[in-house]
Design a protein around this ligand. Sequence first.
Ligand SMILES: Cc1cc2nc3c(=O)[nH]c(=O)nc-3n(C[C@H](O)[C@H](O)[C@H](O)COP(=O)(O)OP(=O)(O)OC[C@H]3O[C@@H](n4cnc5c(N)ncnc54)[C@H](O)[C@@H]3O)c2cc1C
Length: 808
Amino acid sequence: MFALLFAIARYTIRFRILAIATAAFLLIFTLADGFSFAWGAVVWVVFLLPTIILGHSEIRQNIISNPLLKRVKTVLPPMSDTERDAIEAGSVWWESELFRGAPDWGKLLHYKTPVLSREEKAFIDGPVDQLCAMIDDWDITHNRMDLPEEIWTFLKQHCFFGMIIPKKYGGLEFSAYAHSCVVMKVSSRSVSVGVTVMVPNSLGPAELLLHYGTQAQQDHYLPRLADGREIPCFALTGPDAGSDAGSLPDTGVVCKGKFEGKQVLGLKLNWEKRYITLGPVATVLGLAFKVYDPDGLLGGEVDLGITCALIPANTQGVEIGNRHFPLNAAFQNGPNKGRDVFIPMEYLIGGQENIGRGWRMLMESLSAGRGISLPALGAAAGKSSARLTGAYARIRKQFNTSIGKFEGVEEALARIGGLTYLMEAGRLLTVSALDSGEKPSVITAILKYHNTEKMRQVINDSMDIHGGRGICMGPSNYIGRAYQAVPVGITVEGANILTRSMIIFGQGAIRCHPYLVREMDAATSEDEAIGQQEFDSALVGHLGYFVKNLCRAFVYSISGSHLAESPMSGRIGAYYQRLGQMSAAFAVTTDLVLMILGGAFKRKEKLSGRFADALSYMFYASAVLKKFEDDGRPRLDIPLVEWSAKYCLYQIQMALDEILRNFPIKWLGLLVRVVLFPLGLSLRQPNDSLSHRVAALLIKPGEARDRLTQGIFISDDENDITGCLEDALLKVIRAEPIERRLRANHQMKSDLQTYQQWLDDLLGLDLLTVKEVEILRQAQAATRKVIMVDDFEPQEIAQVKKSNRKVA
Ligand SMILES: Cc1cc2nc3c(=O)[nH]c(=O)nc-3n(C[C@H](O)[C@H](O)[C@H](O)COP(=O)(O)OP(=O)(O)OC[C@H]3O[C@@H](n4cnc5c(N)ncnc54)[C@H](O)[C@@H]3O)c2cc1C
């Protein structure tokens, strides 16, 4: 029996062969001694009845497919055009393999490893480093509440706003990987500058023009956007349309009006927007609104749908320039509105023929930027936390010990290290998809959600480890502003709760399931006979798919995942097998819940959120394994790989467990749990010894630490706080053996002595050499530089508060 289940799990077997094999097995089984006739009859009826019904198409259609189709038609929820556009946007990629229960590991390992071209590398090592060295984030966020003029000029001169614009228009035409690396490095220095750079390169005028603009629009705007003569923003959100952006109340009414002295056909716009990044300094405003044609000037319907236009900010009637004050970040952000603003049709992106296509345009273009900007910001936060907090935890001593060596702090350090590895792995796998021409909308939603959530976690851990050092703001505080900016990342480009509970799995189920869309299309088919045929054929495939996944999930689980496929043997290979097991369990659970709830699933956001977690962590676990291979399997990184893989697998298991505990049919949930987890919940969080090994990598210089934090900006200026930390780390480590020796000889400093006095005494007693005294003195001076926080004269703080009030 087990062999049969294994065969179904691993091989493609035709229904007829499977039926014959099962019959042969049952024959031997029921003819065996001790098997009563009555039981034998029951077994055969249970086998033959479904086999005949399923095997005979006419009987199957009459008894199963057609009645089921009727039910599906009644429970299928109506889908609005905006929902359909959102769901159908983009493409599916690796996530569909994970969704379907049988990931092809060969495919994963063959996806291209992202690499920078020589030109891209030169840009990152050149202008990006120069920019980072110019940035004084305290000055920007505290004194100016804006970037200094020389940084604006530098950004424009070096085409930072034109990374996605083709070279023929004067842009940089960078790969998604390079674009992500630039954003990551700049954000590691300053979130305010990072956001300023990311917005023009994300979803906005340039991206929309590239895909949908007319030739004239591209020729006019792209060169001007590339060199910063035009500063763009894109305004979708308003007071009444936030997460539900498709419900925007802003209008454009088709009418005739005056433009450049002539009477032309155009639109009269009325809108009110808020939270618009770069809005206050924008010269060209991308705007989304709904078009109406009450006078039939276009000869068709009245309500024509969401449309996008590019409007010069100095157009009469446009009110723009005021600023919001987003948690002390200094990037430009503000409201704008327009009253009876007349624009000609040529302002519409793609011209008049794109009236009503705005929502689809936005959805189709959303995935690239969403997979790059904020995930890069998250990775930057992780890498900076890992590098700077690791160093600080070694330098800062309490109870005569580096705080990073206390188990409590170690736990937080391990989370920083492991989650940073995970964020980076997700970033790399996603840009690899984007650079191969995919628009993986589910993956980019996963990455936006998790890289910003992990950013929140690592920055919180980082703050805790720094204690008061992280709390007191001033030029030498290197994490306070990032801590304040976390909710910005959480809220923009799809607020996180919504992304987790509605988007990831909602879109994933429809895009990745091999039969769901076919079944839904069949249910809405206008030709009833074709609909029935199509539905029946999809249903047969669906049943086979379900049974196969059920067998896989059971066989893999009961064998401790040893029977699952893996591209390699050994410890790392076992993670692939565990992931294969989880993928099959996920596919079974998904099918059952969708079957039970049908359209009602749309409102079950708690279940949807847990499915989203399981799918997301499968994606991250596979990204982690892929990164390890792409990096050439560096031995020193194994603790990071194991921590991240174990963490992901545990989260998947717990998400599935929570789904089964909250199953729509309680008893079925319990039954499914026995099949999917016959040996119980066997996966565990990373243990203490693994956490210790990860934390240890962060608190000393070394290859693994360098690889983990690659791509962020660390100054080599000893007056810059990041440079000070690197310098102090080396000096403190050099002093440690001497301190250990003194401690063993009970020669540590008494509280009554100054440090210099103590060193002089020890030198006098021949307990230290001159060279050792110098090492200790240097370590002490460097430590002091790092642990001190800023203080201000009372008037200084009061004055800044006053002047900031004026700016805001
Ligand atoms: C700093 C900043 C910069 C921004 N830049 C721009 C920009 O350049 N252009 C632009 O157009 N917009 C911009 N936005 C707007 C941003 O995209 C919106 O803030 C976001 O879409 C959420 O809208 P909201 O803030 O009105 O929150 P709401 O929609 O009121 O949501 C509040 C909470 O409810 C949750 N929620 C809402 N609906 C659901 C649901 N169905 N299920 C579960 N949870 C739900 C959300 O996840 C959120 O947690 C920016 C916002 C900020 C703060």
